[in-house]
Structures are given as C-alpha cells and as structure tokens.
Write a protein that binds this ligand. Sequence first.
Ligand code: NAD
Ligand code: UDP
Length: 341
Amino acid sequence: MGRVIKVLKLGTNPGRRRADRGRALVAGGAGFLGSHLCQRLVSDGYEVIALDNFHTGKKYNLAAIARDASFTCIKHDIVDELPADFAVDEIYNLACPASPPHYQADPIHTFKTSVLGSINLLELARRHNAKIFQASTSEVYGDPLVHPQPEGYFGNVNTHGPRSCYDEGKRSAETLFFDYSRTYGIDVRVARIFNTYGPRMQPDDGRVVSNFIVQALRGDDITVYGSGAQTRSFCFVNDLIEGFVRLMNAAAAPQHPVNLGNPVEFTIMELAELVIDYTNSPSRIVHRPLPVDDPRQRKPDISFARQHLGWEPKVALSEGLANTTAYFDALLGGRRFVVPR
Ligand code: NAD
Ligand code: UDP
C-alpha cells in the first residue's frame, strides 16, 4: 500500500484558485518531467495526485507546489496494486527511470514498470472512464535507419541488449495502451518524447546534458562517449510540457503515438563544445567507450504535432542551456570549479 507523504502537505496556499478542472493523477510525479507537469496542472486548476516510488524522483522537485491544497503526493510503486481506488479524470503515466544507468540498474523492474505499471494505470482509467497519457520515447525507434523519424517508422530495436528493458518495455506499453483503447474504448494519448533537458534533472542522472553541465561547472573532464559524432535533438522542458498538455486536451485523440521533441539536431561533440563555451569552463573533452546499442542519430519529424496540436518548440538550445546551467550552478552551491564532492 502507498503512503501519503505528509511532509509534502505542509499547508495551503490561499492565493491559489480552486481545483475546478478535475482530478489528475501523475505517476512519476516527483521526477524531472513529472514535477514540472504537476506544477503546470496545479496552476491550470487541477487537483493533482502524484504517485512515485522515489527511485530517481526527489521531494525537493515538488517544493513549489508542496504547500498547495490542490496537491498530494503518495509514495507508491506502480508495479504494485494501486494504493486506493480513487476516482480520477485524467492520468499521466511518467513513471519509469529514463536515464540509461538508472534503467539498466534493475532491468527487470524497469520492464515491469512499463508493462505491469501500465496495466495497473490502464485498469484505473477503465474503472473511472479517465483519459490516460503515456510517456513513450524516441527509444522505440532504436538505432533508426530512417532519418528524421516519423511516427510511421517501426524502428530498429535490439530485443535482448542492455537497453532493451527500456526500449521494449516502452514498446510493449504502447501496445497495451492502444489495445485498451480498441478493447474498452478508453481515451489514450501516447507521446514519443525525444531527449529533453532542463532544471530538476539530477546532477547524477547520467544523461548527457546534465553530465556535461555538472562536469563543466566542476572543472572536471567532459566525458564524450565514442567519437561524439552521434546526434541527438534536445528539447527544453517547458516546451515539452506544453506539448503534453496540448496532446491531452486535443479534441480528438490521435489514433497513434505522437512525436514530441525539438527537431534541431546536434552532434554530442557540438554539445560538449557549447557547454564549455556557456560555462566558460576550463574542462577538457575526453573520450570514453560508446555504450552498447547507442543510437547513432536521432531527430524527430514533428509534422503531426505542428499540424494537429499547433505545437512546436520555442526555446533554442542556447537559451535552454543558459537556464539549466543557472539551475545546476545554484544547486551545486554557486561555487564553480570548487564544488566539494
Ligand atoms: P525521471 O527519472 O526524472 O522520472 C521518473 C520518475 O518516475 C521518478 O520520479 C521515479 O522515481 C519514478 N518512478 C520510476 N519507476 C517507478 C515505479 N515503478 N513506480 C512509481 N514511480 C516510479 O525521468 P524523466 O526524464 O522525468 O522521465 C519521465 C518519463 O518520461 C519516463 O517515463 C521516461 O521514460 C519518459 N521520457 C523522458 C525523456 C527525457 O528526455 N526526459 C525522453 C523520453 C521519454
Ligand atoms: N553521452 C556522452 N557522455 C555522457 C553521457 C551520454 O557522450 O556523459 C552520449 C550517449 O552515449 C548518447 C548521447 O550522449 O550518445 C545521449 O545520451 P543520453 O543518455 O542523454 O540519452 P539517450 O542515449 O537515451 O538518447
């Protein structure tokens, strides 16, 4: 059974408007993206319940809404039976470690999170006729042979490598979401999220943007895996959350997953050089082995989101990096290059 985290309900914020948009459940609500989503939903007038097992999520990510009367957080692992059969109007499933070192630490639990966790939340949606959103991923395209990747591309995924627990778990979840929709008529919305960064990533998250910024701020070596010729397309968190809300609120549910990401593509070497520039860091670039099955290129085709959601990213990488660097600088004590370990 889950436990309500009382420390997150410190009191009420009388200035807040009434929760009149209904009740939203956010699984993974204490994580990087989940905490930004909870904050957006509270400010849009929802009563919000976050469920999180705090594997990679943090209570302090929720500090901005912890005192709000419209917000509750429950410690719970979505692989287990849900803590209560509470009525909800909307469900967002963001629960799953997203960084390769974190999702590979316990691959079987990662797979269960995507499959059993999704089933638990889909059953809740079914009982309460709630709309349900799934945070899927560009990893469903694997090491893509089509570039950029449109939603119609079926992908090129290894079924048995170290990344497969995440990639295949998310692919299975997509299957479950559309099977629940076809079988029970529930309203599902599936976003395929491409690499997103911003404040509230953990300094030890392990993903490339947070690694590079933290390394640069500390004056440590910047660890480029492989040659750095591989590409990614980086979306700032505020843009992504706007995409989530637009997809969830679109009048008609798209009958397929929808790519959400920034289509501007960079090599990892270019990212390393940009971060060094922005932080004015003395760090050197060093090369480390390329992880197994690391995708060589990735860039979303967002034509569908542009046309049907009126959505596209607005924040350039330069602006997003400046914002994220300021966050990590403050988190690490504001003392660049002399931060104690
Ligand atoms: P994150 O690791 O910061 O957040 C995941 C949250 O889920 C954490 O709070 C964690 O404690 C919680 N969680 C993990 N397993 C759980 C379980 N079994 N039960 C309950 N809570 C659990 O990662 P994030 O970047 O915020 O990612 C959020 C979602 O978006 C994930 O599902 C991820 O796969 C997806 N996604 C993110 C990105 C990205 O670039 N940030 C890209 C593609 C997909
Ligand atoms: N990467 C890197 N150095 C790091 C962390 C990651 O060069 O310290 C590379 C990684 O090999 C990959 C890219 O950066 O090619 C993006 O990695 P991340 O883990 O952020 O996301 P994903 O591989 O899941 O897209």
